[in-house]
Design a protein around this ligand. Structure first.
Ligand code: SAM
Length: 187
């Protein structure tokens, strides 16, 4: 299963086949059974009333936690390019009564969300899938407030590759680094 996941969720394609998405979701369920996925959000600095975008949300495994962190007066947009991701998010909204979560299907590197709306965007385990980083990073830049911040995970690519893509865009300044993430602010 690991090889399967690596192929389809690796560097081959952005919108994976349905079967790959289903397998990936299943492997996440197994992983999350053994270690709490909520811990992944620690140190992200998500606050009450924030508008947050989970870009490339997949099956939405972080949404319950983030919905609680931003509270009733906050909002979480769950964006993905795969329609099965959106279906899965809709189910989670219903199951956990996540009234502040809005699912959004992306079209290429564009999603129907107003410009400069987000206090914070996080993009986890997906940057390596992006074929044209400039247009992707431009879209994130469009969505973020001028004083907002982006947390982006390397995913399956080395740190120097993530940094080169970000620096080449000339749209973002990297202000902090941790083992898996880069924190960026708009230029
Ligand atoms: C490996 S999964 C990670 C899901 C989630 N971020 C997590 O960490 O559990 C990558 C997700 O990114 C999505 N994705 C890939 N390219 C995308 C794009 N251009 N726009 C939005 N979502 C995208 C995929 O459909 C997939 O659901």
């Amino acid at each position: 299963m690991i090889g399967f996941k690596k192929y389809f969720c690796g560097n081959k394609m952005e919108r994976m086949p349905d079967i790959a998405f289903i397998m990936m979701s299943f492997s996440f369920k197994l992983l999350d059974f053994f270690s709490s996925v909520d811990k992944r959000m620690d140190g992200f600095g998500i606050k009450k009333k924030f508008t947050v975008i989970d870009y490339g949300c997949g099956p939405g495994r972080h949404l319950k936690k983030v919905s609680g962190l931003v509270g009733e007066k906050g909002k979480v947009y769950a964006v993905d390019i795969h329609k099965l991701a959106i279906k899965s998010v809709e189910k989670k909204i219903e199951k956990y009564d996540l009234g502040n979560v809005v699912p959004v299907l992306a079209n290429g590197h564009f999603c129907k969300i107003d410009a400069h709306i987000a206090d914070m965007i996080y993009a986890l385990d997906m940057f390596h899938m992006i074929k044209t980083p400039l247009s992707f990073l431009k879209e994130l830049h469009r969505l973020l407030k001028k004083d907002g911040f982006l947390i982006i995970e390397d995913g399956h690519q080395p740190r120097n590759e993530s940094k080169t893509k970000i620096n080449n865009s000339k749209l973002w300044n990297i202000v902090e680094e941790s083992k898996k993430h880069l924190k960026c602010i708009p230029v």
